[in-house]
Write a protein that binds this ligand. Structure first.
Ligand code: URP
Ligand code: ZN
Ligand code: ZN
Length: 463
């Protein structure tokens, strides 16, 4: 087994930082310490660099049919872009089409990833229909390492399920140890507001945001947590976007309930004005929940700092502006919902979190890697630099300057939500299970090397 030695770096884990070398044997970390006599096949000098566990993006949508089209990154382009930004594991969402078996959807998503994934990937299952056999279907997916299910309280007629279905699914996870991830927005009410807006001729992208009030998110978060409490199961709120919704999570956690939530860089850094950009440019920022009023942003940062929010993922769901977002030119309700970000999460969180003094470097590692590994049943294989863990490592140059732009990014999409953002801190070298896949900022990995991750049930949300 080839050995790699990473010398002279500062190792940053969620629990501590230390100056030490990392010895990698094959795919695993062999040890941390001083190895002066080690004859390694490859020595990487990490002087001045941070040596961190590879990022884990627990919320991506690659090659996903949605909104009358398909997200523009597939498992090859999406995971390559992820690697370039220091992310070495993703958890993507398979979708169970109504009236079909979840098991078939799992096969479909395995095929999408086969020979394409450049980094390791797990899968959540989006449940649209429990039918007669759905609950047993959930158990058999858990046996296949699908340890989490997403349910939608939004998108009526497409993905939304009712409270009874949510409660049944949560009750099943109380037995099988999986985790319910909730898209929490009151879809029925939003639909009424959307129809009213359209009837009044309000068709521009800004109405996407104006028809989805924060209280519709907060109400759904409250309901999701109440249903989970009744079912005796934990719950994980995805892409939380507003102070109103955050208050619901914080109150539940203060009561000792196992309620968890993620937010995304777009909700921390962008606000509603983006949707009012001229020439239909606002469509670039149409995703759900929508961007909010500026006042929400510091509250979300504060939530991350104080562990009311536990994870930052991207909700990467790219659609090209020219030929996909345009589907909604005459009605905001037809704009495919989603935005790109898989490549920029660590850059943005490091610059606007750590450099800005809002997060410590250890908390940064915790929210972008360690906690998603724990919550989603991948720890300590992933999410930590420790003996025995997978050698998924990002050698991070904290002083590298980078200009985020669609002209240079690796995502297969024709715009960037963060166009023109200058960041300090970027991935220099990235290893996936001991193999260098990004070298000095250039991709040197291989499509198809990424492996499917069988994730364990009863992960961190259950402790
Ligand atoms: O607009 C979004 N967020 N698109 C992706 C699907 C989802 O709801 O996560
Ligand atoms: Zn969602
Ligand atoms: Zn999503």
């Amino acid at each position: 087994m080839p050995k790699t030695l990473i010398r002279n770096g500062a190792i940053v884990n969620a629990h501590q930082s230390q100056k030490a070398d990392v010895l990698i044997d094959g795919e695993k970390i062999h040890g941390i310490g001083a190895f002066p006599d080690e004859v390694a096949d490859r020595i990487i000098d990490a002087t001045g660099m941070l040596v961190m566990p590879g990022g884990i993006d627990a919320h991506t949508h690659l090659d996903m049919p949605f909104g009358g089209t398909t997200s523009s990154d597939d498992f090859e382009t999406g995971t390559r872009a992820a690697a370039m930004g220091g992310t070495t594991t993703i958890v993507d969402f398979a979708i169970q089409p109504k009236g079909t078996k979840m098991r078939d959807a799992l096969d479909t998503w395995w095929k999408k990833a086969e020979n394409k994934a450049c980094v390791d990937y797990g899968l959540h299952m989006i449940v649209t229909d429990l039918g007669d056999a759905g609950l047993e279907d959930m158990d058999s997916l858990v046996d296949e390492g699908v340890a989490s299910f997403k349910l939608f309280m939004a998108y009526p007629g497409v993905l939304m399920v009712d409270d009874a279905t949510i409660f049944k699914a949560m009750s099943q996870t109380a037995k099988n140890g999986a985790l319910i991830c909730m898209h929490a927005e009151n879809g029925g009410v939003i639909d009424v507001i959307v129809q009213r807006a359209l009837a009044e001729g309000k068709t521009a992208p800004i109405y996407h945001a104006l028809t989805r009030p924060t209280i519709a998110e907060a109400e759904a978060v409250h309901r999701a947590i109440a249903l989970a409490e009744m079912a005796g199961a934990p719950v994980y709120i995805v892409h939380l976007s507003s102070e109103d919704a955050l208050n619901q999570v914080r109150e539940a956690r203060d009561r000792g309930l196992p309620a968890f939530a993620e937010t995304c860089p777009q909700y921390l850094l962008l606000s509603i004005e983006k949707l009012a950009l001229p020439d239909f440019e606002g469509a670039k920022y149409v995703f759900t929940p929508p961007l909010r009023e500026k006042e929400n942003l510091p509250k979300l940062w504060d939530g991350l700092k104080h562990d009311h929010l536990q994870v930052v993922s991207t909700d990467h769901c790219p659609f090209c502006f020219e030929d996909q977002k345009i589907l909604g030119k005459d009605s905001f309700a037809k704009i495919p919902n989603g935005g790109p970000g898989i490549e920029n999460r660590l850059q943005l969180m490091h610059h606007h979190g750590v450099n800005a003094g809002k997060l410590t470097i250890n908390r940064f590692v915790e929210i972008v890697s360690t906690t998603p590994a724990r919550i989603f049943g991948m720890y300590p294989k992933k999410g930590v630099i420790a003996a025995g863990s997978d050698a998924d490592i990002v050698i991070w140059d904290p002083e590298a300057e980078h200009l985020i732009s669609a002209k240079t990014h690796h995502m297969r999409v024709d715009y960037s939500m963060f166009e023109g953002f200058r960041v300090m801190g970027n991935a220099k070298t990235v290893l996936s299970r001991g193999v260098v896949i990004v070298d000095g900022g250039a991709f040197v990995g291989k499509a198809g090397r990424g492996q499917y991750l069988r994730r364990a049930a009863r992960g961190g949300a259950w402790k």
